[in-house]
Write a protein that binds this ligand. Sequence first.
Ligand SMILES: C[S@@+](CC[C@H](N)C(=O)[O-])C[C@H]1O[C@@H](n2cnc3c(N)ncnc32)[C@H](O)[C@@H]1O
Length: 274
Amino acid sequence: MNTRKPKGNPEQFTEREVAMHWDENADVWTAHVRQGWDSYREHLNNPAFLKLVGNLKGKKVLDAGCGEGYNTRIFARMGAQMTGIDISVRMIEHARRAEQKEPLGIKYEAASFTDLSIFGNDSFDTVVSTMALMDGPDYEKAIAEIYRVLHKNGDFFFSISHPCFMTEGFGWVNEDNEKKPLLTVSGYFSKKQWIERWQFSQAPEEIRKDVPLFAIPRFPRTLAEYINPLAGAGFMLKKIAEPRPSATDCREHPYLQRWRDAGSLFLHVHCVKP
Ligand SMILES: C[S@@+](CC[C@H](N)C(=O)[O-])C[C@H]1O[C@@H](n2cnc3c(N)ncnc32)[C@H](O)[C@@H]1O
């Protein structure tokens, strides 16, 4: 279910509002992600993203928008020296508690990826960001800051919801009949910000009915608006990828089939600071 802002309301979400929403989402988000109920992460997004990123062993890596640190811990277990930042203080509290329980040498700071002034220029070998850069109002500033804190020849890898498919008019046709589901796309150029409300659909119904929906401010951008600022900041684009579940993945996890047939749920980007 999506709740849009009232028609004609020119209101834009600030970073403070983004932080407030993610603070409110943080407890349920943390519990459900750690249960493995973020099934698209587990079975589609992470396997493809980790393949793109490759071996981070020994690298000094920033995770920009790390949330409660689920993926940060995956990179740390690979042998990367991880720092995670997130704008939500509550997310960072959860991440730090996990670090206390299972120390992996990860440092966490509450900060925005649009202001990384706690780090000097050229501080990291690699920056990763998973499903976070779409969630802030100032993408260009974030890209400029990430460029600044990276070493020369440093890699920047990020994932976002695919901007060409996850549009204002995203939906499914034929969901309730025998035909193949068709994906709807519309409002691709819309600039209307809105709050998306949803839950991890793989969480058991008896759990879902008792917890609030996530409320996530959305900042619609086109593909060009994601890619051009990378060049504008000085990055060299190495690869973009659109993870597609294999036939085997779909047999094991039938809910993935529509993302094999209809469109791409995620966009992955790899660029380098030359
Ligand atoms: C969908 S969650 C993803 C979290 C984590 N990367 C993961 O994969 O589990 C998006 C995260 O982006 C964070 N975020 C949004 N705007 C941010 C900003 N300006 N700076 C840092 N983090 C931000 C939110 O607080 C939230 O934790």
